[in-house]
Structure formats: structure tokens, C-alpha cells
Design a protein around this ligand. Structure first.
Ligand SMILES: *[C@@H]1O[C@H](CO)[C@@H](O)[C@H](O)[C@H]1NC(C)=O
Ligand SMILES: *[C@@H]1O[C@H](CO)[C@@H](O)[C@H](O)[C@H]1NC(C)=O
Ligand SMILES: *[C@@H]1O[C@H](CO)[C@@H](O)[C@H](O)[C@H]1NC(C)=O
Ligand SMILES: *[C@@H]1O[C@H](CO)[C@@H](O)[C@H](O)[C@H]1NC(C)=O
Ligand SMILES: [Fe+2]
Length: 439
């Protein structure tokens, strides 16, 4: 064996030999955080493949590292695929955080710790101006907006991320390895800023089990429907999928509807609406859209808007409910495009005025933002939309939103196809909120 050949054994094949070591299955991965809706708290969620304890060690940025500790627990998630893979999903709730303070943390146990991350504890009160990034339909393949969102999040541009359904494409595929890979991909966002979610149709496998097990949203409905407050806004997240997967339980439509009504009543109590006047909903399938695919809102009447009359008993839709409780803004995804609507109710446009449609609008405003990028690429539009459609784009991208104060919200659309150019922007201005503001 000459020298060149001997060197080649080390340099050409050496690397491959080293990779034969199995991964350490107690090493934390897929770290993400969420706001549990309780002031001064944050939930840290992560995965290990073997059993391990659930600890978070943390401390105020610039202070002594890891001087605080919190313990949680894991749930064993068995995927529904052939391999019945088992994931240990760890959850730890941090409490007594100082509003607005930045914390450094890592998570794991003496059997393996994650890298260090940081987050800022939710600010208190209603007199601040939270900044959001929001989008739906972000996949594991072709995730066009991912890199820009990772960078902007780490630059501190957002207080909150809203992912409006359809993750990974699909989390259950390849025995849930696609879900694992997706959760690794979003860690660069979701370990730093609360990543708030709702389910989409791509999560439907095994009764939404990958979605329910991997995320940790407020309340006790396995992340399916919940609400929380941020600054001057009340955010309601729900599942449009209960209208489409009846095999998982028709009763889910009714229990969600009942919950929505109760939540809207509470948010509309004068003392609540006064300090948190903005009511914003997020859910996956829109009530309106002008796409040319075979989905429900262009070619068929929307179940979400009007409900279903082919069920027993008939299932109520949500457009009237949201109108009656003065919902200001409705955020949707599912269509892989961006579409902004004029204020609309019952297919009729209710502009504030012709010159300033979004100044004191007389009906809710809808935004459809499902173009973050996935293997299904874009959807198209029908050539001639109805008169409620205000602006449309097929560029990949996502939406930024800032709730400035009790009267002003700013929304803008970022295009990834055009290197981050802002291609649309509106101010919604309301002196009054609630049903009285429609009149
Ligand atoms: C599906 O999940 C929901 C929510 O977790 C549950 O209430 C329902 O019973 C499940 N349906 C079936 C058929 O298992
Ligand atoms: C049932 O709903 C469909 C739309 O989803 C509508 O076209 C139809 O007229 C309704 N039927 C009744 C009896 O209300
Ligand atoms: C609403 O306002 C927009 C912008 O001025 C206008 O183009 C549209 O025609 C208006 N719609 C109605 C029904 O007044
Ligand atoms: C909200 O912010 C806007 C834009 O900065 C400002 O013009 C408006 O006066 C503010 N409203 C209140 C109630 O402070
Ligand atoms: Fe979808």
C-alpha cells in the first residue's frame, strides 16, 4: 500500500466510518416556544427520542447564566405510521418572568442539553405595539420564506409569529420524520419568538395527532382552538378543519362554536373591549377567495362562512357570529397566494368610505396569506375576481402586522420573489370597535 493510498483511506473514507455512530437519543432537538396566554409565562417544548428528564435552565440576558431552573414533563407521542415511532415531547412552563426582559436558556437534562437560545418575555399591559409575522402553508420542501423569516426574527423584528395552518407537507409522512425535519427547520425562528399555530388540512392524518402532540398552545383543547391577549389585541385561533373531517367527530363543530361564542362574549364585555379593542381571528381555510383551484371558496359555498346543512343537526357557520361580535380582522391561509379584501359581509362590500375603505370599515377585513412556500408551489387566481377582492399576488411571501394602538393597525405583504420587497400595505383605522361600529 503506497502512501497516497494510505492517506486516501483516512481522508476519502474516514469521514464515513465516523458517521457509523448512532445519534444520542437523549439529545434535545426541535426546540420551540409558545405563549400560554398567562402573563409572565412561556412554554418551552422540545423532542428527544429516548426517555429523559425535562429541565429548562435560564437567566436574564447579561446576568448569571442558568441561575434559574424549571422542571416539566414529557408526553410519549406514538406516531400513527407503520413504524409506530415514539417521540418524547417535553414541555416546561416558565413563570414569574419579568415582562419585556430577555432571557437566555437551554433545555434538556443531565443526559443532554440543547444549544443556548434567547427570548423576550411578553410585555405587560395594553399600551404597547406588538409586531407580528404571519403566514400559512410553509413546507419542508420549497420553504421560500423561511430564510428571510429566520433572519428577521433573530434581528428582533417580531414579537410573535402566527403560522396559520399547513405545516411541513406533511408532518406524518415518512413515519413522522418529515415532521421532525420541519420542526428542526423552524427552530431558528421558533426557539426565539413564540410560534403560535392553528391546524390546517395537511395535519389531518391520525386525527391531527402530529399537530396536537408537537405544539403547546394556550388552553386545554390540544391546540385546536384557543385565545390569548397581546397588547391592545385579543387573538382567537380556531380549526376550520372541524367542518371538513366529520369522521373525527361532528360534535367538534358544535363544541368549537360554543367556545367561540363564549370567548367573543367575554372579549366584548365593555371593560375588556375598552382596553383590548382589536379582535383578530386566525384559521386556515378562508371564507372568501378568488383562486382557481378546486377548493371550497371559489367554486363552492364556504362551509366556514355559512356552515353545513348536510349534517344532522345542521352545523352553524362563522360569518354571522364574527360580524355580530364585531371581529375586526380575519386572517386566513390555505390558498397559496396573498389576497386582501375590502371590508366584506355576506358578499357585500362595506367600505368605510370610497376614498378610505379601511378607515372605520363597516364590516370585518379579511387577509389570506398562504404563500410562504411548500412543495405544492403556487395556486392561481380566476381572471375576474368579485368586487370584494382588493389586491392579489401570486408571489411567495408573508405578512407583517403591527397593532400600533387602540385605533391603528398596519399590515404589509413581503414578496420573496422580489427579494423582500413590500408589495402591499394598508392601515386599518377604527375610532370605535364592536357591532356599533358597523352602523
Ligand atoms: C379526534 O380528536 C378530537 C380532539 O382531540 C377528539 O375529541 C375526538 O374524539 C377524536 N375523534 C376520533 C374519532 O378519535
Ligand atoms: C345547503 O347549503 C348549500 C350550500 O352549501 C346551498 O346551496 C343549499 O341551498 C342549502 N340547502 C338548504 C335546504 O338550505
Ligand atoms: C370600496 O373602495 C374601493 C377603493 O376606493 C373601491 O375601488 C371600491 O369600488 C369600493 N367598493 C364599494 C362597493 O364601494
Ligand atoms: C395611534 O397611532 C397613530 C399612528 O402613529 C396615531 O396617529 C394615533 O393618534 C394613535 N392613536 C391613539 C389613540 O393614540
Ligand atoms: Fe391547506
Amino acid at each position: 500500500m503506497d502512501l497516497v493510498w494510505r492517506l486516501c483511506i483516512f481522508s476519502c473514507f474516514g469521514v464515513h466510518l465516523v458517521l457509523g455512530v448512532p445519534p444520542i437519543a437523549t439529545q434535545p432537538e426541535q426546540v420551540h416556544i409558545s405563549y400560554p396566554g398567562v402573563p409572565q409565562s412561556m412554554v418551552i417544548t422540545w423532542t428527544t427520542f429516548d426517555k429523559a428528564e425535562s429541565w429548562v435552565e435560564y437567566g436574564v440576558w447579561g446576568g448569571k447564566l442558568f441561575e434559574l431552573t424549571a422542571k416539566g414533563s414529557y408526553t410519549l407521542f406514538e406516531d400513527g405510521g407503520k413504524e409506530k415511532r415514539k417521540l418524547h415531547i417535553h414541555r416546561v412552563t416558565l413563570t414569574d418572568l419579568k415582562p419585556g426582559s430577555t432571557y437566555v436558556y437551554h433545555c434538556g437534562s443531565s443526559d443532554g442539553w440543547s444549544e443556548m437560545f434567547y427570548f423576550t418575555a411578553m410585555k405587560s399591559g395594553t399600551e404597547w405595539s406588538p409586531k407580528f409575522a404571519l403566514f400559512g402553508d410553509l413546507g419542508n420542501e420549497n420553504p421560500q420564506s423561511l430564510a428571510r423569516l429566520q433572519k428577521e426574527t433573530q434581528m428582533g423584528m417580531y414579537d410573535i409569529i402566527l403560522h396559520i395552518g399547513d405545516f411541513a407537507y406533511d408532518m406524518d409522512e415518512d413515519n413522522a420524520r418529515i415532521g421532525d425535519e420541519f420542526m428542526r427547520q423552524i427552530q431558528a425562528i421558533a426557539a426565539y419568538v413564540p410560534y403560535m399555530t392553528c391546524p390546517g388540512n395537511h395535519e389531518n392524518a391520525y386525527n391531527f395527532s402530529n399537530y396536537k402532540n408537537r405544539f403547546s398552545m394556550p388552553g386545554d383543547t390540544e391546540s385546536l382552538w384557543y385565545s390569548w391577549n397581546i397588547g391592545p389585541a385579543h387573538i382567537i385561533s380556531f380549526s376550520t378543519e372541524v367542518y371538513f373531517y366529520l369522521e373525527y367527530g361532528l360534535d367538534l363543530i358544535f363544541s368549537q362554536y360554543k367556545w367561540l361564542k363564549k370567548d367573543l362574549e367575554e372579549a366584548n364585555k365593555p371593560e375588556n373591549r375598552k382596553i383590548r379593542p382589536w379582535i383578530i381571528t386566525m384559521a386556515h381555510r378562508p371564507m372568501y377567495c378568488s383562486n382557481d383551484d378546486k377548493d371550497d371558496c371559489t367554486k363552492f359555498e364556504s362551509y366556514v362562512r355559512l356552515g353545513r346543512n348536510d349534517t344532522k343537526p345542521p352545523a352553524p357557520g362563522l360569518e354571522n357570529l364574527f360580524y355580530l361580535f364585531g371581529v375586526d380582522l380575519e386572517l386566513w391561509a390555505h390558498e397559496h397566494t396573498y389576497e386582501r379584501l375590502w371590508p366584506v359581509y355576506g358578499f357585500k362590500v362595506f367600505n368605510g368610505s370610497r376614498e378610505e375603505p379601511y378607515v372605520n370599515p363597516k364590516a370585518p377585513v379579511h387577509i389570506i396569506t398562504g404563500s410562504a412556500g411548500c412543495r405544492e408551489k403556487h395556486d392561481g387566481f380566476i381572471p375576474k375576481p368579485r368586487d370584494w377582492s382588493a389586491f392579489r399576488s401570486t408571489d411567495y411571501g408573508y405578512t407583517r402586522m403591527q397593532v400600533l394602538n387602540s385605533t391603528h393597525i398596519y399590515l404589509e405583504q413581503v414578496s420573496d420573489d422580489q427579494n423582500g420587497k413590500v408589495i402591499d400595505g394598508i392601515w386599518i383605522v377604527k375610532q370605535e370597535h364592536g357591532i356599533a361600529s358597523w352602523l
